[in-house]
Design a protein around this ligand. Structure first.
Ligand code: TRP
Length: 321
């Protein structure tokens, strides 16, 4: 099987958009590739300034991936910082990465355009990401569109290394871009995103989920009127509702007969029903820290053994003892 590597940053509560757009996909891909998935806590450190919070969010994200069905027997799930070789490789790669390559990176350009204070970690983010990918000879890197450039930078860095040191130690990775996955709108109709404050959390209680759903923006049509299928509420029904519920929803949108209040209640019920197993598994994992720690320790050990093999080759290639 070809190898897959992907990192996820533990920087916030996971929401339905993350679940539908990315998390579910790792479970499917684990059957097709030899998968390494890690919690990118070194990357999170470019922005997070609260040690307890970083630890908490890292464990919660691990539990989230296990809860949605990632099987640690099929996927090596680990904390990036449990494999400090990532940082060592990033340093070595820094030494073959031209400054202009990083100055061209979208994420850096956006931050610079906003005149944000930028630390060297943010500037160097793509190099650490290249280290993550090249470390495991990944062929495939599943990423969202916003991360494609980073995978291209990883290829570029690998090629530079090969020419400058005359040693072909890395595998050139390809991005695997999600096609056809639904984009989930947030409760205000924009893309669901933490930064817009419009999310429905994946692991909220049923009541909290309902509260958020009731706040979905709608127009002022009366219950008897037909409704616009281009609205946010309909889009969310399409993603989460069962075929049976969808029949009712379609009828109400086409012919009227249900108000937004009822349609929202129905959506909340459908989301809660669909996620109840995942949420129960998550609660169990959070309640049993030893089990979670064991999974992460095992994953870390397995990943580290791979990383140490790679570092031996790399150190030899560059002349470190
Ligand atoms: N930069 C990625 C993101 O923000 C996270 C990430 C870090 C990653 N290292 C990676 C993704 C390596 C794929 C491969 O989503």
């Amino acid at each position: 099987m070809k190898r897959l590597v992907s990192g996820v940053k533990p920087t916030g509560e996971v929401h339905l958009g993350n679940y539908v757009g990315a998390m579910r996909r790792f479970v499917t891909l684990a059957g097709q590739y030899e998968s390494f998935v890690f919690l990118a806590d070194y990357h999170a450190l470019t922005t997070v300034r609260d040690a307890a919070l970083l630890k908490k969010q890292t464990r919660e994200l691990a539990a989230a991936y296990l809860a949605v069905g990632l099987d640690p027997k099929k996927t090596v799930l680990f904390r990036q910082s449990d494999v400090p070789e990532h940082a060592e490789l990033a340093w070595i790669l820094n030494c073959v990465t031209p400054m202009p390559t990083l100055q061209r990176a979208h994420a850096f350009k956006d931050a610079a355009a906003k005149k944000k204070e930028i630390n060297v970690g943010i500037f160097d983010y793509p190099v650490l990401m290249a280290a993550d990918i090249l470390m495991y000879r990944a062929v495939v890197v599943p990423v969202g569109k916003d991360q494609v450039q980073h995978v291209e930078i990883a290829r570029e860095i690998a090629k530079r290394f090969h020419t400058e040191f005359g040693a072909e130690v890395f595998t050139l990775p390809e991005p695997l871009i999600e096609k056809g996955t639904e984009t989930v709108p947030g409760i205000d109709g924009q893309k669901m995103s933490k930064s817009y404050g419009n999310v429905i959390p994946l692991f909220a209680s049923a009541e909290e989920t309902k509260k958020r759903v009731m706040r979905i923006t709608t127009d002022s049509r009366a219950p008897a009127e037909p409704k616009d299928k281009k609205d946010t509420l309909y889009a969310l029904h399409k993603v989460f509702s069962s075929a049976a519920a969808m029949k009712k929803v379609d009828a109400a949108y086409d012919n009227g007969g249900l108000g937004y209040k009822e349609l929202k209640e129905l959506l909340a019920d459908e989301i809660n029903a669909q996620l109840s197993d995942i949420r129960a598994r998550y609660d169990d994992l959070i309640a049993d820290p030893k089990k979670l720690d064991k999974v992460l320790a095992d994953g870390g050990e397995c990943a580290r053994a791979e990383a140490q093999k790679m570092m031996k080759t790399v150190r030899e290639a560059v002349g470190l003892q």
